[in-house]
Design a protein around this ligand. Structure first.
Ligand SMILES: C[S@@+](CC[C@H](N)C(=O)[O-])C[C@H]1O[C@@H](n2cnc3c(N)ncnc32)[C@H](O)[C@@H]1O
Length: 189
């Protein structure tokens, strides 16, 4: 199952943000909304076999929201819809273990280090190995939002394999689309 985790460096960890100002006061939550949509949306359908994790770092302690394609409900292909589900997720009190916040959405009070302990991730990085040359596609991918990974994050990611989807730096959501396209093409063969 393809899994994407996106680090939201400034993304708020409380539900009191406005859907009208996700790029501003919510800490570029719009970028994360687009990543949720890119992880799941096909034309008139959802990818049921995909998971998306948002690591929100704009609060006192990081929080991680998980979205699961097989059980998510009420997700429409606009940013406000994903933003509304993020708000809903954040209304549930986060604890160290994942707790269901809504259908297909869970939350916990931890960040990147803990997620790296759960799954074997590859880092998506324009300077990595070309994903087209990968004999087997990794299942799980880490991306950054609009910012570079911090030094502390880079230290956590240092030993992980790195893959590129091409020579140009793309937006995170577009990178997810290219990776899922690679899954689609290989499944068709
Ligand atoms: C907008 S970029 C991050 C900011 C970027 N490092 C910069 O120069 O400002 C968002 C994320 O998408 C992924 N990404 C962008 N282009 C990529 C590429 N060509 N190959 C693999 N991953 C890419 C990386 O994970 C990156 O952190």
């Amino acid at each position: 199952m393809p899994r994407f985790a996106i680090v939201g460096h400034k993304a708020v960890t409380t539900p009191d943000f406005s859907l009208n100002d996700m790029p501003g006061a919510a800490g570029r939550m719009d970028v994360l909304c687009r990543c949720v949509n890119a992880s799941f949306f096909l034309s008139h359908d959802l990818r049921r076999d995909t998971e998306c994790y948002l690591i929100l770092k704009g609060g006192d302690i990081p929080k991680t929201l998980s979205f699961s394609g097989d059980t998510i409900r009420s997700l429409n292909p606009d940013e406000r819809s994903a933003g509304a589900l993020i708000k809903k997720g954040l209304t549930t009190a986060a604890e160290p273990e994942f707790k269901k916040a809504a259908d297909g959405i869970a939350i916990r009070s931890s960040g990147l280090a803990e997620l790296l302990a759960d799954f074997s991730f590859a880092v998506l990085d324009e300077n990595g190995e070309d994903i087209r040359d990968a004999e087997t596609l990794p299942e799980n991918y880490i991306l950054s939002d609009h910012m570079n990974f911090t030094e502390e994050e880079e230290a956590l990611l240092a030993d992980l394999p790195r893959y590129s989807v091409g020579p140009r730096v793309l937006h995170a959501d577009h990178t997810i689309t290219v990776i899922l396209n690679e899954f689609d093409r290989r499944q068709k063969q």
